[in-house]
Design a protein around this ligand. Structure first.
Ligand SMILES: [Zn+2]
Length: 356
């Protein structure tokens, strides 16, 4: 592969540049860290690396998520992973589904990504698994990814990923009551008899896994449902659920340098908690905003979330990233935009300084 340089003109877009040079958008983005997400604008005068002679087939198209991605699909993909990506079961859900942790890299700086805390946000599981598969592919082919040399990065960081924190919740959303072979009567009662679970965000006990962290849990509970509910019930005590406990134990053991928890939707990045975040959090959130075209916001009105607790406990940067636009549950057509906006954000965070 040869590289030529190109200076961005007024009116250029990523897709136009890729098309006129006969390369795929993906290939173009892989060579350049200064290209923000596809839907964003290119600054005239920016220099881009254009790969040539790569034998790219323009008919090769990535259509995004084409069917429901849940614990079964995750298991199929997990078994096909290259040995550079280790997987480990770190716990089980209320109904007994495994909670998988993926780990790659051998560096000192530990970074943690998580997704699908809420059942109806399983598109983010698809997104993180796609991230892992592409990571693996680029590393095997020794290709740069958004200008990043993954071999070099893997000596600096160890990446931890739990793509499906709430497997039961996602199964309920995708399969209805058949998604959980456990306490079906109670679950139907919590859903007020409705057979439609598309809006379900809790776990199989009707507890919201991102509402039960010891960071003003009591204050949050005062304005939340008092009993098991499809969303926002924080449990009778903090960290009462096996899924939250698994993430708590992992976090206490690994003491991550920073964390990113994916949620949906809104294309926003929340980076503060009760002014306890480190001074650098603001600038880091702005970096994430720049590459993704999302909006950085200091605080969400919610408390008792995982990133709130992480900031409070470690005084290190924690981010809640709301992927996608539209209304929850986001349709599968939203997946491609989620991927192309969130991918540069995840990679950018891998180049953050070490806070440990
Ligand atoms: Zn969420």
């Amino acid at each position: 592969m040869k590289i030529t340089w190109y200076k961005v003109k007024k009116g250029d877009t990523t897709a136009k540049i890729a098309f006129y040079h006969g390369v795929g958008i993906e290939a173009l983005m892989n060579e350049n860290r200064n290209i923000p997400a596809y839907y964003s604008y290119l600054e005239p005068g920016t220099f881009l690396r254009i790969p040539t002679n790569i034998g790219y087939d323009l008919s090769e198209k990535d259509y995004g998520c084409l069917y429901e991605y849940g614990w079964r699909e995750l298991e199929t993909d997990r078994l096909k992973m290259h040995s550079m990506i280790h997987s480990e079961k770190i716990g089980a859900s209320v109904a007994g589904k495994p909670i998988w942790l993926f780990r790659t890299g051998s560096g000192k700086k530990k970074i943690f990504f998580s997704a699908a805390w809420h059942g109806n946000e399983w598109l983010n599981t698809w997104l993180l698994m796609k991230f892992l598969k592409e990571w693996q592919k680029n590393r095997i082919q020794k290709k740069r990814w958004f200008g990043i040399d993954l071999e070099e990065l893997c000596r600096e960081i160890t990446l931890y990923i739990v793509p499906l924190v709430n497997p039961d919740g996602a199964a309920l959303v995708q399969e209805g009551i058949h998604g959980v072979q456990h306490s079906q009567e109670e679950i139907l009662k919590i859903n007020e008899g409705f057979k439609d679970f598309r809006h379900w965000s809790a776990n199989a006990s009707g507890v919201d896994l991102n509402h039960q962290w010891p960071a003003e849990w009591k204050e949050e509970a005062a304005s939340s449902p008092e009993h098991p509910f499809p969303r926002h019930f924080g449990g009778y005590t903090p960290l009462s659920e096996p899924e939250s406990k698994a993430i708590y134990e992992l976090s206490m053991k690994e003491k991550f340098s920073h964390v990113i928890a994916l949620h949906s939707q809104g294309e926003e990045i929340y980076w503060g908690y009760a002014h306890q975040e480190p001074a650098e959090s603001k600038e880091l959130a702005n970096r994430l905003a720049k590459v993704s075209s999302y909006r950085a916001v200091q605080t969400a009105d919610s408390k008792a979330g995982y990133k709130d607790w992480f900031i409070k406990e470690f005084k290190r940067p924690g981010f809640t990233v709301e992927t996608g636009v539209g209304q929850n549950p986001l349709p599968m057509e939203a997946s491609m935009r989620m991927w192309i906006t969130c991918l540069p954000l995840l990679l950018e965070s891998c180049t953050f300084p070490d806070f440990s």
